[in-house]
Ligand binder design. Structure first.
Ligand code: GLC
Ligand code: CA
Length: 559
């Protein structure tokens, strides 16, 4: 496989609204991010992904863009953005932005013009479709609940499609003008010196223009719009054109948010010449998906979780690089989701860090993960901001859950779990703001915060620093980047173990962790040197290794 500049990089996702507030208005901003660049550099981060910072009414926290060429006033100015970009580069880091082009905001001028003239040119940039017998064109449920069709005001039988919120009208990618305008916007940002994009909800851009209805799959009599996504053919042609007319011009790094890809299209998406450089591995997250919603989501159990990750790793060997995550702004905190209760402590968090960060692929960290931030319990739905959480809560109640049960499902699944402000210190509001934060901080900031962990050598933060430094150490970098991955001890019910092997040099490194609550003794051949331990172990010797509960180790093996 051809080597690319991004192959050996570590990425970090910033959710700007919750990262660092520089002016006390309770909202994180670009100046706040700028003030933390050295912190990120010291952590070992190479690529910074900013969740959307464009002008937006923030109905879906910036994933509803009103102007693709403007910075949200809440976050700062274009000048501040340019400074941030320059300062990022000065530190040898790369900046990527969120590309949200399946839909825009209903406040975008195209949509405003479309509403003003539903028969005009701008309406053709969206999906304005005639209803059927007084009903919407089809029975689709949007991803955020309710019909995916909204009547166009002032018309009798015209509806527009929104696969997400009604304030997020879907763009019509079949219209060449739309594509051309999107490509030139992407190029405008790339020409500024951006290193690439994280690409939002991209599979949804391909529609079936006849919009067939499907058998209802919920008590609301609607059918998820994802059925159409499954049936739609031909997204590849659109993605290929996007890539050729934009990313290819400058070797940009792109990572797709791709759910519901047809499995046979893997190579087309992320192979050598794929539409994207990489895409997220959501397979572990998908294990928790309930049939109906968060209220019937499934808990993680160790073995299927581990095996799912291994399956993803195996299918990518010789194909390309997935991007590995344990959490993001749409998911609960990884430490709360993937660790059993007895492992929800610092040792467990380091164990989880070790087994995921040394997988083959691009590791993405999400802000706060490096200090082990956790889910946040709320006592009333009014304390949640997220549009999807409010929908899922309602849905749970409709399905017969009590208020307590519905809140419990939000505690376990809400997107706001990861959107609480970054915990910088034990100062009021976690040092995130001097004002009132837009979303209440997690009260555990007094124990879990950056300042405390900076000063303590055995903290989760300092462990992440060591782990990242190990992955990037010149002595092992090739192996961790390009080496194959072979799972071992798969019959062990609580052991997560794999060998990274560099076929050229013969270097072999064992990554091993015990997710059980009892010690486990294993026979392991060829141990040469302990490279990293999450619990102060100093050496490995002989042919056996006894791992304490939640212990992990990275061990150089004899070639
Ligand atoms: C993606 C984003 C999510 C957003 C949705 C609609 O899934 O990650 O936050 O709500 O797209 O843009
Ligand atoms: Ca601010």
């Amino acid at each position: 496989m051809k080597k690319r500049w991004w192959n050996d990089k570590i990425a970090y996702q910033i959710y700007p609204k919750s990262f660092c507030d520089s002016n006390g208005d309770g909202i994180g901003d670009l100046a706040g991010i700028l003030s933390k660049l050295d912190y990120l550099k010291e952590l070992g981060v190479d690529i910074i992904w900013l969740s959307p910072i464009y002008r937006s009414p923030f109905v879906d926290q910036g994933y509803d863009i009103a102007d693709y060429y403007a910075i949200a006033e809440e976050f700062g100015t274009m000048e501040e953005f340019d400074t941030l970009l320059a300062e990022t580069k000065k530190r040898g880091m790369y900046l990527i932005m969120d590309l949200v082009v399946n839909h825009c905001s209903d406040q975008h001028q195209w949509f405003q013009k479309a509403l003003a003239d539903p028969d005009g040119e701008y309406a053709q940039r969206f999906w304005f479709v005639k209803g059927k017998d007084g009903n919407p064109p089809s029975n689709y449920r949007s991803y955020f609940g309710g019909s995916a069709w909204e009547q166009v005001p002032g018309t009798e039988d015209r509806y527009y499609l929104h696969m997400f919120a009604k304030e997020q009208p879907d763009l019509n990618w079949e219209n060449p003008v739309v594509r051309e305008k999107i490509f030139s916007m992407v190029n405008w940002w790339l020409d500024k010196g951006l290193a690439g994009f994280r690409i939002d909800a991209i599979i949804n851009i391909k529609k079936i223009p006849t919009f067939p209805s499907y058998a209802p799959d919920g008590p609301d009599g609607l059918a998820s719009c994802v059925h159409m996504v499954h049936e739609a053919q031909g997204v590849g042609a659109l993605l290929k054109e996007l890539k050729e007319k934009t990313f290819d011009r400058c070797g940009a790094f792109t990572v797709g948010e791709v759910f519901d890809m047809k499995p046979q299209e893997l190579v087309d998406f992320v192979g050598e010449d794929g539409y994207f450089s990489s895409m997220f591995d959501f397979s572990a997250h998908e294990l928790t998906f309930g049939e109906h919603g968060w209220y019937d989501s499934k808990p993680i159990s160790f073995r299927p979780w581990r095996d799912t990750i291994f399956a993803s790793q195996k299918k990518m060997l010789g194909v390309g690089f997935l991007s590995n995550i344990i959490e993001n702004h749409d998911e609960p905190r990884g430490a709360s989701r993937y660790l059993p209760s007895y492992a929800q402590n610092e040792m467990g968090k380091k164990l989880l860090a070790t087994t995921y960060l040394l997988l083959r692929g691009i590791p993405f960290l999400y802000q706060g993960q490096e200090i082990g931030m956790t889910n946040c319990r709320r006592s009333d739905i009014s304390e949640y901001d997220d549009i999807s959480t409010r929908d899922q809560y309602r849905w749970a109640l409709e399905a017969g859950c009590t208020k307590e049960q519905a809140l419990q499902c939000c505690y376990e699944n809400s997107r706001d779990n990861s959107r609480t402000p970054m915990q910088w210190s034990d100062a009021p509001n976690a040092g995130f703001t001097t004002g009132k934060p837009w979303l209440a901080v997690n009260p555990n900031y007094r124990e879990i915060n950056v300042a405390e962990q900076e000063s303590r050598p055995d903290s989760v933060l300092n462990y992440y620093r060591k782990l990242i430094a190990l992955r990037k150490n010149d002595a092992f970098r090739e192996t961790f980047t390009y080496g194959a991955l072979a799972p071992i001890l798969e019959e062990e019910p609580f052991i997560f173990a794999y060998i990274r092997e560099n076929q050229e040099s013969g270097q072999r490194i064992l990554v091993i962790g015990n997710y059980g609550d009892a010690p486990r003794t294993l026979s392991i051949g060829g141990m040469r040197e302990l490279l990293l331990s999450n619990c102060g172990r100093e050496e490995v010797k002989g042919g056996t290794l006894t791992l304490a509960p939640c212990e992990s180790a990275v061990i150089l093996l004899w070639a």
